[in-house]
Design a protein around this ligand. Structure first.
Ligand code: CA
Length: 307
């Protein structure tokens, strides 16, 4: 190390910011605390909102007209849950080498969404300067991409009198899938992730009776007891004759890496898979018991989640 470089590092340390050579290229991204962020109906965003920093694959260019194709092309580098009390979101992404689609010079975006169905609320922000810099293990100074610096909202609206960010209603457009591991990282801190009794698949940190894995599979919140996996509905399927018993499951459309199976049993000693043929919506699955009520003395239906 040259004397000049050494004196520079000592100078930095003297001001309380001690930098080391073990740095990487880092993007800090965030919203502005206590800003006013509203839905298209003028309601404040709540804790169901998620913010993601990422890019689209290949040559895909997001527009307000092609929202149904966004999810398939989107890759998130970093995610954050929206904090409705501080009205803040943000995260950090560090890398030594660029991994596709976060290649040098590729446009980056902030995508914030409320996972409603069939109508979601979305806002997608960017700025011409938000392109991924080359990754380097010796990059000391992080870049900051803040929503207040965005110059374009592909959907939604940027600051105007009365609000800072305003989302738009988006119809019939899916959200990108989310692995259980990424879901855990979204809702638990690094320290909590090391504690399976809090963040593991069988844990129930909000005590609402839904394990973390079930909350993930249902698209509910693991840290709010009033948000829990809805019970399976049992009913008679009235369409056509004869009448069958039926069951309805509500599921997260972001589920990936796990598969729901519907199974039926008459003696309870064995289960047979039955097709999910009555899907009306992506988030709602209905199955019929294979034989009609008129010829069934008893029967059982279950949904099973398997990796
Ligand atoms: Ca729970």
């Amino acid at each position: 190390m040259t004397p000049g470089r050494l004196s520079c590092l000592l100078c930095c340390c003297s001001y309380g910011v001690c930098l080391t050579a073990a740095s990487a290229t880092q993007i800090d991204w965030n919203g502005f605390p206590f800003s006013t962020n509203l839905t298209s109906a003028g309601q404040p965003w709540d804790d169901t909102w998620v913010a993601e920093l990422g890019s689209f694959t290949g040559s895909f260019i997001p527009t307000a007209a092609n929202t149904p194709q966004w999810a398939a092309a989107w890759r998130a580098a970093s995610r954050s849950v929206y904090q409705p009390v501080t009205r803040y979101f943000g995260g950090s992404y560090s890398y030594d080498t660029n991994v596709a689609p976060f290649l040098t010079g590729t446009q980056a975006y902030l995508w914030l969404f409320h996972p409603g169905a069939p109508q979601g609320e979305w806002i997608l922000l960017t700025h011409p300067s938000w392109t991924w810099p080359a990754g380097s293990p010796g990059n000391f100074f992080p870049l900051t991409w803040a929503s207040t610096d965005a110059s374009q909202a592909v959907v939604g609206q940027l600051a105007a009198p009365g609000w800072d960010l305003k989302s738009a209603a988006v119809l019939n457009s899916p959200l990108p899938v989310l692995t259980f591991t990424d879901w855990q990282t979204l809702y638990f801190t690094a320290g909590e992730l090391a504690n399976p009794a809090l963040s593991g698949p069988n844990a129930d940190p909000d005590g609402d009776g839904g394990s973390n894995l079930m909350e993930y599979a249902a698209g509910t919140l693991p840290r709010r007891a009033t948000s829990f996996p809805p019970p399976v509905q049992i009913f008679l399927h009235p369409e056509g004759t004869p009448t069958h018993a039926a069951a309805r499951l509500f599921r997260s459309t972001r589920l990936t890496g796990y598969t729901w199976q519907a199974q039926a049993s008459e003696p309870l000693s064995s289960w047979a898979g039955i097709p999910i043929t009555l899907t009306e919506f992506p988030w709602e699955w209905t199955v019929r018991y294979p034989t009609p009520l008129s010829t069934t003395s008893r029967g059982f239906l279950r949904f099973r989640l398997t990796p």
